[in-house]
Every structure is written in C-alpha cells, then in structure tokens.
Ligand binder design. Structure first.
Ligand SMILES: C[S@@+](CC[C@H](N)C(=O)[O-])C[C@H]1O[C@@H](n2cnc3c(N)ncnc32)[C@H](O)[C@@H]1O
Length: 200
C-alpha cells in the first residue's frame, strides 16, 4: 500500500492511543452507534472502537482500514472478547465493496481522498447497504482550515448541501454538525449523516 501523510499521521496517533489505552468512542461514533444493527461494515475503522461497541451490541462486523497498528489492535481486542469482528488491511481509496450489509458506517475517512475518489467511495458505501438498511457517514466539511493531517496530493472538503443531496430519497435519521478548535487557531468542521435506504 502506498504511504502518504494522512496514513502516517493516523498510524502515529494510533500507536500513542494504544500505549495510553485510550479507546473512548468519539462523539460521531456515539451518535451513530444506536442506529447500527445486523451485519455492519466499518469503512475506515481506525482502532475499531465503533466496531467493538457495535459487536458488543449484537452486530456482526467487517472492519477495514489501512493502518497496521489499528487493524492489529482491533483483531486482538475482538479476539479477547470472542466478538464477531473481521478486521482487514485495505486501501479504501480503490476498494470495491462486494458484500451487502444491514448497516455501513464510515467515520472520518472520505476527506482524505481527492474529491472524485471521495464521491466514488461515498457511492460505494451507499451502494453496499441493503434496502431498508442504514448508512452513517462523517466527513470534514467546508470551513475546515486545519490542514496538517491532509496529504497535499489530495483531500476533499464536502459541502453540506452535496452530502445531503447524495442521500436524496433516503430517510434522514440524523444530521449533526460539530466544530472543534484545532492547533494554530484553526478549526475542524464536521458533518455526520445517518440515513435509511428506501426499502424497495
Ligand atoms: C480520522 S481517522 C477515523 C478512524 C475511525 N473511524 C474513528 O472514528 O476513530 C481516519 C482513518 O482513515 C484511515 N485511512 C486514511 N486513508 C486511508 C486509505 N487510503 N485506506 C484505508 N484507510 C485509510 C486512517 O488509517 C484512519 O484510521
């Protein structure tokens, strides 16, 4: 897998979190968790805190990420509790989702791709959800000016209108915006959408 600044940034962060045993759900994962059920895809799972929490609440989870530290940690954590979690290393910028899921979550991933890749992979995520199932997507949006974690070769700050339009026809279950201060007097602006695919 090709290395880039975002992947290195997160692998370093995950090593620090494993060392500190810092496995709290972030606010986006807390928002999304109650909507997940059945077979669940975690597309860009990071350390797998959401994957573990979803499996504890009854989901059968397939989790994907490019960070060896994160995937190694998640496999160990799932094995310790005998939870139904499969965790695989994958480059999600080119990944094609072959299976269908009752729920699919992608928290904090798509902004690390150039916009045409991000749009294509958003369609992959929506496409893998069964009729009547749920997709949960969290991205950084326009207004974000903290850039340290982006690879200069490509990133995408969606507009909220584009995200909402892409879920047209789905039942909106949650639409949340969060703005956090970041180093150097900058900010990170997030949007989290949870939506149910039409049943037919
Ligand atoms: C902001 S973290 C989010 C992790 C997790 N979903 C969470 O909420 O804690 C971004 C994740 O995207 C992953 N990532 C970035 N680019 C990737 C790529 N090309 N393929 C797979 N994973 C990638 C990173 O390894 C990292 O785990």
């Amino acid at each position: 897998m090709q290395s880039n600044r975002s992947l290195e940034f997160f692998d370093r962060q995950f090593r620090r979190q494993v060392e500190a045993r810092d496995f709290e759900l972030n606010p986006f994962e807390q928002l999304v968790l109650p909507h997940l059920s059945g077979t669940m895809l975690d597309f860009g799972c990071g350390l797998g805190n959401l994957a573990i929490a979803a499996a504890r609440s009854g989901c059968t989870v397939s989790a994907l990420d490019a960070s060896p530290t994160a995937i190694g940690h998640l496999r160990d954590a799932a094995r310790r509790e005998a939870l139904p979690v499969s965790a695989q290393l994958a480059d999600l910028s080119t990944y094609r989702i072959a299976a269908r899921f009752d729920s699919a979550a992608s928290i904090g991933l798509l902004m690390f791709f150039d916009c045409s890749t991000a749009r294509r992979q958003l369609d992959e995520i929506k496409g893998c959800v069964r009729p009547g199932g749920v997709a949960a997507v969290n991205v950084l949006i326009e207004g974000t000016d903290y850039m340290d974690m982006f690879d200069p070769a490509g990133y995408c700050l969606f507009s909220p209108a584009e995200i909402l339009a892409s879920f047209e026809g789905w039942q909106l279950l949650a639409d949340a915006r969060h703005v956090f201060p970041a180093p150097g007097d900058t900010t990170k602006s997030f949007m989290t959408i949870v939506a149910r695919k039409p049943a037919t």
